[in-house]
Ligand binder design. Sequence first.
Ligand code: AMP
Length: 294
Amino acid sequence: MSILVVGSVAIDSIKTPFGQRSEALGGSATYFSMAASFFNKVNIVATVGEDFPKKYIALFKSKSIGVDGLHIARGKTFRWKGWYDYDLNTAHTVYTHLNVFKDFKPEVPRPLRKSGCVFLANIDPELQYNVLKQIERPRIVAADSMNYWLEHKKKAFERLLDKVDVLLLNDAEARQFSGESNLVNAAKFIISAGPKVVIIKKGEHGVIYFSKSSHFIAPAYLLESIYDPTGAGDTFAGGLMGYLSKVPKINEAGIRKGIIYGSILASFAVEDFSINRLLDISMKDIKKRNRHYR
Ligand code: AMP
């Protein structure tokens, strides 16, 4: 089952207590597709500007990430600048320059409209909705968001929720959206708004899965050195959806296994800046860490 992702493809500038990078490859769709590409073919729907380095497009292609839906527009690529303190769970945004995303009207190429596995990565919920509308009967739809959109586009986000099977949010976003400080109550509120499953990400403390009738807690893989937590959530989603795109039937047991794969992929992503660490691992490394985790 092929995977389609809509989200940001970005140029990031990041500072953590362990170093900094400017003008590095980032974006929610980028991290997601790099992770999911270990499992299956992924196609990106997004836009970049004319300044987007061609070498990154070649990189996507070399990982079998489809770029037919990656539109090159006049103008500048989306840029995000952020920093982290020693509490690496909280990203502080310096700026978000939407640039070419401001006028982006996503057109999903016809052959991709039959994608079975759809991930609406963090981007304007109106764009997420617009892309989802173009897909014919997807088998599973998962979505992510962030405080920026929950604050600026809450109504559009609520409209989307009804069409989503699995929603991923971090704990602060789940609290922000639900108005509940307790995460069990926040999850109940979110499930009543549409999704069958909500996965609340708690950074280095792992994730909590909630459905209407059950829950499951998966700790993060314990690491000695973390350099840059950017993209951990998107990478997690890539591991989860990548795994689910391979199973014959999607059920709770599969989602639980997918959550473990997501956690493993995310643990690699944070070991270096940008997507660098994901570039030097193979499925063998992922399976090895998976066995160790279990
Ligand atoms: P994460 O750390 O998983 O939340 O994702 C980080 C990535 O999200 C970075 O590479 C940014 O380029 C991207 N990003 C930051 N802010 C936004 C936003 N408002 N919309 C879409 N993507 C964003």
